[in-house]
Ligand binder design. Structure first.
Ligand code: PGA
Length: 257
């Protein structure tokens, strides 16, 4: 069965000291929660600068360390970029890719993202690949088309073997950081749609095996409804991942279902 995951996207928050404190607190508390790490996963994605230090204070039996992005080239004259090899040597085993903030503010498109995705997979780094529509697209009722395009232009170029190494995060852009969460029905409808696309492209087995996370203002106050839906396998959490108490509550809610 597919893995249920709670992933924390810290974005550009915390300095190294406060990030280490947060990571340590989460790590300590997870020791008291009994869960099967084959069925459930916890991921944290601190800023690049924290990765190495955080990797030394977390137990990778409980927590998978993720970057928030990687460069679309392996190495060379790309000032300011961070390569997949670098995050790997800093202790990360996963990376978020295609977050809407990267797409909107840094112009990441399907062709850049295909390169990044291939580099992550080639290097055994788990990609958490983000997709989702903006408000105007939902209002025009073209959200299904938008998501289908995002999935087929990048993910569906993968072989079945490589596709099975990807986690998808559906994050409606209008819900990110706005406090305006998608209803469990809206999210379930889209997750089911994505799963059906995967079934058509690959197979029923692969569709059932793929982890699809929801992201966008997910918090302990609304997670119960979301995580009880059959196609919502967990969450990519921004704001609420910065408070250990909220993040742990979300993990506990996930473990209940
Ligand atoms: P949010 O962010 O939980 O703060 O809305 C989610 C995300 O951007 O991944």
């Amino acid at each position: 069965m597919r893995k249920k995951i709670i992933a924390g996207n810290w974005k550009m928050n915390t300095d190294i000291n406060s990030g280490l404190e947060l990571a340590k607190t989460i790590n300590e508390s997870l020791k008291n929660l009994v869960f099967n790490s084959k069925e459930y996963g916890v991921v944290i994605a601190p800023p690049f600068t924290h990765l190495y230090a955080v990797s030394k204070v977390i137990d990778n039996k409980f927590i998978q360390l993720s970057a928030q992005n990687i460069a679309d080239n392996e190495k060379g004259a790309f000032t300011g970029e961070v390569s997949v090899d670098m995050i790997k040597s800093a202790g990360a085993t996963a990376t978020i890719l295609g977050h809407s903030e990267r797409r909107t503010y840094y112009g990441e498109n399907s062709s850049t993202l295909s390169k990044k995705l291939n580099l992550a997979i080639k290097n055994n780094i788990l990609p958490i690949f983000c997709i989702g529509e903006i408000l105007a697209e939902r209002e025009k009722e073209i959200h299904f088309n938008v998501v289908e395009k995002q999935v087929s232009e990048v993910l569906f170029n993968l072989t079945v073997e490589d596709f099975s190494k990807v986690v998808i995060a559906y994050e409606p852009v209008w819900a990110i950081g706005t406090g305006k969460v998608a209803t469990p029905e809206q999210a379930q409808e889209m997750h089911e749609f994505i799963r059906n696309l995967i079934e058509k492209k690959y197979s029923k087995n692969i569709a059932q095996y793929t982890t699809i996370l929801y992201g966008g203002s997910c918090s302990p106050s609304n997670a119960e409804g979301l995580f009880s839906k059959p196609d919502i396998d967990g969450g990519l959490i921004g704001g609420a991942s910065l408070k250990a108490e909220d993040f742990l509550k979300l993990i506990e809610i996930r473990l209940k279902h």
